[in-house]
Design a protein around this ligand. Structure first.
Ligand code: EPZ
Length: 455
């Protein structure tokens, strides 16, 4: 490296850097401190909850990510006045919630799954809801069947047409007895956001109990809701006539914390994650320690580092809370490519979440994905009717590669693999990572990564 131009910059000039692409010069430990703010998977839901309040709501620590912008845009379509500050405080004034033209709603199609959660609040406020196409695919029953079945149980009438899904509630929404086929995070949120203002009591069985769900319940309680979390995944909600606005600081982003922890381990670095708390990520911390990572829980955050010595292999299953989250396996797998021995990761939440390992193999990893699982290693909890396992044999030296980022968590894993690899990597479609990782490029720079980025 000469005095001012890094190796990554030189490489960027050589390849003629295209937009949305990052060139990384690997092999440099990430060191320093970064701040993690509110969770993507809470803040976006809290924004939807604001629709239920008759008075303004204030949400603090809102991350500057594109998913938040999608939800903000949709709230504004319905007349909610949104105001934000540079410090991440957002105010939602719901005094004039009004019906929207489908073309305005549809402008937000395909960008996020959150719009499905507008159903209950819109039915309560406006008597009808129109939901645009989610995540780019045509809306079919399957991926949102738990949501629609729950809404029907409350008395909603659901019809599907060229203009997405249309819901009405001709006889109002009434409390219901609902048992989810699986403790789905989104479907649990759907029930909560609908039941709080439905007439009568709702009993939800087999509910998700992730910390983000508990934080949403805390918000709804501040608004005036009556919700009790009972043993064995049962939640009881007594409907009320009116909800007020809330003031709340969003729960920190557990997925981002786990991602930076893995980044410290993978690159042999040392990262202090300000804003991280212990209790909500205990399951992750156990695995991090078993693999050979070190951490220190401090008052304002958690420090993660590679203490030296060999990393050790592990066998884990992803699961619903309090299990090991599906969103944590991708960055961890990059660390497992450096463990001495064979690790196994069973993915039990999603049917197909190992696609990102192909790029890791191109970089030199030794990962075999078993699409029908491993008969010799049955899962501890068989919640779903599919089996999927990745077998990672290490340690393997990683080298730079050209990678197209497929999705949010997979993309972060590719980034940290490239940061630890020997040589240069050119990673494109990086923008997708900013859907869920706030100021990712600035944070990489703060941690001393050698890269050049074209936005
Ligand atoms: C949330 O997705 C998160 N997304 C996901 O994070 C996270 O991986 C997931 O919960 C599990 O913790 C948001 O909060 C925005 P689910 P969600 O309903 O609510 C099936 C990330 O990277 N299912 O708990 O959509 C579904 O296909 C994202 O931040 C149905 O079959 O997840 C999946 O296999 C990715 N029908 C399983 O349940 C339904 O109607 C769990 O999904 C709903 C879900």
């Amino acid at each position: 490296m000469n005095s001012l131009i890094s190796d990554a910059q030189k490489a960027g000039e050589r390849v003629g850097l295209k937009s949305d692409t990052i060139v990384i010069n690997g092999g440099k430990p990430l060191r320093g401190a970064i701040v993690v703010r509110g969770a993507k998977n809470l803040a976006t839901k809290a924004m939807v909850a604001a629709l239920l309040g008759e008075t303004p709501s204030v949400l603090r620590d809102v991350p500057d990510i594109s998913d938040v912008q999608v939800v903000r845009g949709l709230l504004e379509v319905y007349g909610v006045k949104v105001h934000d500050t540079a410090s991440g405080e957002m105010t939602f004034d719901t005094a004039k919630v009004e019906s929207a033209h489908f073309s305005d709603i549809d402008a937000h199609a395909g960008a996020s799954r959150i719009p499905i959660l507008f159903c209950g609040p819109l039915l309560h406020r406006l008597g009808e809801a129109r939901i645009p196409d989610l995540g780019g695919c045509r809306i079919g029953d399957r991926p949102i069947d738990f949501h629609l079945d729950a809404l029907r149980a409350f008395g909603a009438v659901v019809s599907k047409g060229v203009e997405g899904i249309h819901l009405t509630a001709p006889n109002g929404l009434k409390g219901a007895n609902i048992e989810l086929p699986y403790p789905s995070v989104g479907a649990t949120e759907q029930v909560l956001l609908t039941a709080v203002r439905a007439e009568g009591t709702t009993e939800l069985k087999n509910a998700a109990i992730e910390p983000e769900i508990m934080d949403l319940i805390a918000i709804l309680q501040k608004m005036g809701a009556i919700i009790s979390v009972e043993p064995n995944r049962v939640i009881l909600i007594e409907g009320v006539d009116r909800l007020e606005g809330y003031t709340h600081r969003a729960l920190f982003d557990r997925n981002e914390v786990a991602s930076w922890a893995a980044a410290a381990l993978v690159t042999g670095g040392d990262i202090f994650v300000q804003g991280a708390r212990q209790v909500e990520i205990m399951t992750f911390l156990n695995v991090f320690r078993k693999v050979g990572g070190a951490f220190d829980v401090q008052e304002t955050g958690i420090r993660f580092w590679h203490p030296g010595g060999n990393l050790k292999p592990v066998t884990i299953e992803t699961d619903v809370h309090p299990g090991f989250m599906t969103d944590w396996q991708q960055p961890l797998i990059v660390a497992l490519t450096q463990a001495h021995g064979t690790s196994i990761v069973h993915e039990t939440v999603y049917e197909n979440r190992f696609g990102f390992t192909e790029a890791l193999n191109e970089m030199g990893a030794n990962i075999t994905v078993h699409k029908s699982g491993l008969p010799d290693h049955p899962r501890r909890v068989a919640r779903r009717d599919f089996e999927q396992a990745a077998v990672i044999t290490g340690p393997t030296k990683l080298h730079g590669a050209n990678i197209y980022v497929p999705d949010l968590r997979g993309g972060f894993s590719h980034l940290i693999a490239a940061l630890s690899a020997e040589g240069q990597s050119v990673i494109s479609n990086v923008g997708i990572i900013s859907r869920g990782y706030e100021h990712i490029i600035e944070k990489l720079a703060q941690l001393g990564a050698d890269f050049v980025y074209e936005g």
